[in-house]
Write a protein that binds this ligand. Structure first.
Ligand SMILES: *Cc1c(COP(=O)(O)O)cnc(C)c1O
Length: 404
């Protein structure tokens, strides 16, 4: 296994007291902390070679263009895409999904169908609802069972010759459920529809290979995989992206502009209008290199160990019920406590330096499915330890005593 103490030294934020107690950061599904390597790469960019890309022949512009395009190659390799033209830099997963809705959505007509699941993040619900308003498409929802798993037979029943797109989350940010995306992709392809995978929570908890998956689109945010905020990825198959109209328009996405006619640039620039988040791309690439150095396999094994330990520990509390008990699960533990509102739990464990998230986690339909207003969520990372889970456990016992 890897050396947790050594790893933790890479993350400056982790080494601090909160309310006089060592910080226990268990809010990794909301955003992850950044290793010093990422912070320094971005710092170096601004200190040493900040310059706009693609438009300059001067030295600094060449350096920044090289770094930006190298970052694209790092992303391409990380998800095993065929070519870096298939890697579009966006602001994050939300913008990536909106990009697909705005461009692919243009070709849809009244009565066309899009399928999502009951466990989607709002970012993978609302853009399709907007298309429903605009185009009269039909939005169908794959139901989930009491464990928080997709009911596969029900998914099969939703597929018709009107289905144009299936858009599903790989790992649920609220339930931790790992969805059988290989099977979902296969069934979707059989009827000739397109498939989008929301990999926001899986990019750092599982090995993603878009060539093997054979998905049409895949999205994620940099900040959930130890990179900066404000940068994200849309992966799309080259021939599909080529056929889509542009998203935003302006500089960089054009080949030539006259008042009579404008020609659009080739992939991937066609979808990157305006000056992009150069430092963000550099930081993201550094984060992916960091993950590669640790080894995703090691990360997955260790996080599973933590998940099993935490699940067993919290299950010893009779008043506590875990929401999301899928057979296949990533390192997220959502729970409710009898007679205590999640908001009070979050506030009270904060006194012990423990950062968890409480609320609906941008997945309100899941709350309604389980008939609860909110959950408390501990989401784990490779820099967390069993000791930290013990701190959470003891803090929860105090909460229960207090509310008895
Ligand atoms: C965080 C998240 C998103 C949205 O990501 P942003 O970084 O807010 O754009 C979408 N889907 C899932 C599953 C997420 O966890």
């Amino acid at each position: 296994m890897f050396d947790i103490e050594k790893i933790r030294r890479d993350f400056p934020v982790l080494n601090q007291l909160v309310r006089g107690k060592p910080l226990v950061y268990l809010d990794n599904a909301a955003t992850t902390q950044k290793p010093i390597q990422v912070i320094e790469a971005m710092d170096k960019y601004y200190r040493e070679y900040n310059s706009n890309i693609h438009r300059g022949v001067h030295r600094l512009s060449q350096l920044s263009t090289d770094a930006y395009e190298k970052a694209r190659v790092v992303v391409k390799n990380f998800i095993s895409a065929n070519s870096s033209e298939e890697i579009i830099f966006t602001r994050g997963a939300t913008e990536s999904i909106n990009l697909v809705a705005a461009t692919f959505g243009k070709s849809l007509k009244k009565g066309d169908e899009i399928i999502i699941s009951h466990m989607e993040h709002h970012a993978n619900i609302v853009p399709w609802q907007m298309l429903r308003l605009e185009k009269g498409i039909i939005l169908k929802i794959i139901p989930i069972n009491d464990k928080g798993e997709i009911i596969f037979d029900e998914f099969l029943k939703l597929l018709t010759d009107k289905t144009k797109l299936v858009s599903v989350v790989h790992i649920s940010n609220t339930l931790g459920t790992i969805n059988p995306i290989e099977d979902i992709i296969n069934e979707t392809k059989k009827i000739g529809a397109k498939i989008l995978i929301d990999a926001s929570q899986s990019i750092h908890h599982s090995k993603i290979n878009v060539k093997e998956l054979d998905c049409d689109f895949l999205v994620f945010s940099g900040h959930k995989i130890y990179g900066p905020t404000g940068i994200g990825i849309l992966y799309g198959k080259k021939h599909i992206l080529n056929d889509l109209p542009p998203y935003q328009t302006g500089g960089d996405m054009i080949r030539s502009v006259s008042f009579e006619e404008t020609l659009f640039n080739d992939l991937p620039y066609k979808f990157e209008a305006g000056t992009p988040n150069i430092s963000g791309a550099i930081g993201l690439a550094e984060a992916l290199n960091y993950i590669n150095d640790l080894g995703l396999e090691n990360i997955i094994n260790y996080e599973n160990e933590l998940l099993n330990y935490g699940t067993e520990l919290l299950s010893q509390i009779p008043e506590l019920r875990i929401i999301g008990t899928s057979e296949k699960k990533a390192a997220v533990i959502s729970f409710v406590l009898e007679n205590v509102h999640p908001h009070d739990i979050g506030t009270m464990v904060d006194i012990d330096g423990v950062a968890i998230r409480t609320g609906h986690h941008c997945t309100e339909p899941i709350m309604r499915r389980f008939n609860i207003p909110a959950t408390s969520r501990a989401s784990l990372s490779f820099y967390n330890s069993k000791d930290e889970l013990n701190v959470l456990y003891k803090s929860l016992l105090k909460v229960i005593k207090m509310f008895k």
